[in-house]
Ligand binder design. Structure first.
Ligand code: PLP
Length: 474
């Protein structure tokens, strides 16, 4: 089954006509006539049309032809609790009735924002002092860059402006968050990244290690390269280092052994702030509550989103330590105010939803749950290594990555024209599986409520998709 069809849908709102369009038009056609899709080839979309997802249940989503698909990516790494929660819906309903909205600007506050901020500080992986609530991962990273700059201004060192991040990272789509992002395909045609955003080498051991180099040696080489970059740029001009504990956009790529220990030693040496982007790793994904715990990170600032509310409403947060907050507080006093804010940041309904989701995580002991599923999940990944299209696999918690190769011996990749990723994704769909391919790797991040049987099913369906793809390209 394909996740798309031209079956006329019953209109569920608006009566017999909508915007002068006759009701006989399907969602499929109306989408093409009206919707701009993110991360989509907009010209091709007008020929292929959309995939209409009608509803979801557990780890499954359904299309408008009634076909069911196992979602191996938790949508965009965010639907940790799967699809549908009456309990959280009730919380949202009550929160909306109690306080539809109020801002946090100019000292106003409300219970949901206070409760959520307090809870985030309680569960933070390292001591944190304060929380700034935002609406998305991009906003959180964008605002965290402003906080970093504000911090250095406050310390009388405004020349500390450069931000170093890594190739293969994704930190969001606002102009600044995409400048942090280490992927030139997101920059082309936008005239980005902004000056002062520097991207150091990729962490992909399989692709980038020298023959015979151990993971530890590879990590040391990356840390040395980071230090060389800092010295080249001038340490007095470097403000912060940005890292996602596991790189989602690089194809669910965990760091090589010893990487963060070595990198953090360099950052300490040059007094560079460390920002951990926990947007995909936060809240159990790696088998600890935070990726920072899994890999021993000691960040000054943490950004988080997605699983914070299990994607039931948009909300994100920036956690900052006392070293940062102390300076930010004094700078705001000097300037008269911390002149930064979004209308919907800390929205009481979204904050109430996030708080309830965190309660559910507590009740489920979410990190322990993921840790206990990790061996089953990794076994499924390992089971794919004998496939001719699979070069290597890696994973942690409920994150998995599979290197796609044309030739196992030489590790050569397919030519771009083959669109191997697109083929695998399409064949997975035909096998009832929603799969993501990024940076030539299959990237898994299933809902954290997934069962052992469903994990095995992901392995089985992936193998079928790989077999079908092999038959096409052989
Ligand atoms: N940071 C990471 C690591 C991400 O994976 C993403 C989104 O995928 C973002 C930031 C941006 O988050 P959002 O899409 O909520 O703006």
């Amino acid at each position: 089954a394909r996740l798309r069809s031209a079956v006329p849908l019953q209109l569920d709102y608006g009566g017999p006509t909508i915007m002068n369009k006759p009701s006989s038009l399907t969602y499929f056609e109306r989408d093409m006539a009206s919707v701009v899709h993110p991360q989509t080839n907009l010209l091709k979309h007008l020929q292929t049309g959309p995939t209409i997802v009608t509803h979801g249940e557990g780890v499954y989503v359904y299309d408008d032809a009634g076909d069911r698909f196992l979602d191996s990516g938790a949508a965009l790494w965010c639907n940790s609790l799967g699809y549908g929660s009456e309990r959280v819906a009730r919380v949202a309903y009550e929160a909306m009735q109690k306080l539809t909205y109020f801002q946090l600007f100019r000292g106003y506050s409300h219970g949901p924002a206070i409760d959520l901020s307090e809870r985030l500080l309680q569960i933070a992986p390292v001591p944190m002092s304060k929380v700034l609530l935002q609406c998305s991962g991009s906003e959180a990273n964008d605002s965290a860059v402003k906080i970093v700059w504000y911090y250095w201004h406050g310390l009388g060192k405004p020349e500390r402006r450069k931000i170093i991040s890594r190739q293969g990272s994704y930190h969001g789509s606002t102009c600044v968050a995409i400048s942090l992002t280490g992927n030139s395909s997101y920059h082309k045609s936008f005239g980005l990244p902004f000056d002062g955003f520097i991207h150091v080498d990729s962490l992909n051991y399989y692709r980038s290690a020298k023959p015979g180099e151990t993971e530890e040696q590879f990590s040391q080489r990356l840390a040395d390269a980071l230090e060389a970059t800092i010295l080249r740029e001038g340490p007095e001009t470097v403000a912060a280092f940005w890292a996602d504990p596991v790189q989602g956009n690089a194809g669910a790529l965990p760091p090589p052994k010893g990487y963060f220990e070595k990198v953090q030693a360099v950052l300490k040496k040059y007094d560079i702030l460390f920002v951990a982007d926990e947007v995909i790793c936060g809240f159990g994904r790696t088998g600890s509550m935070w990726g920072s715990q899994t890999y021993g990170l000691q960040p000054d600032i943490i950004t988080c989103a997605k699983q914070l509310s299990a994607a039931m409403l948009p909300i994100s947060a920036i956690l900052m330590n006392e070293k940062v907050f102390d300076v930010v507080k004094n700078e705001s006093n000097k300037q008269g105010a911390f002149v930064h804010g979004f209308t919907y940041a800390g929205h009481p309904v979204a904050a109430s939803v996030a708080l309830e989701v965190l309660k559910i995580y507590d009740e489920m002991d979410i990190a322990a749950r993921v840790k206990s599923l990790e061996p089953v999940f990794l076994q499924q990944l390992d089971g794919l290594t004998d496939h001719p299209l699979v070069g290597a696999v890696s994973g942690v918690g409920l994150i998995g990555g599979v290197e796609i190769v044309k030739d196992k011996e030489t590790r050569a990749s397919f030519d771009a024209g083959v669109d191997i990723g697109g083929r695998i994704v399409e064949n997975a769909r035909k096998n009832g599986l929603i799969l993501r391919v990024a940076s030539n790797r299959i990237a898994y991040s299933p809902p954290l409520i997934i069962s052992e049987d469903e994990i095995v099913d992901i392995g089985t369906r992936t193998r079928a998709a790989l077999d079908d793809t092999l038959a096409e390209v052989r």
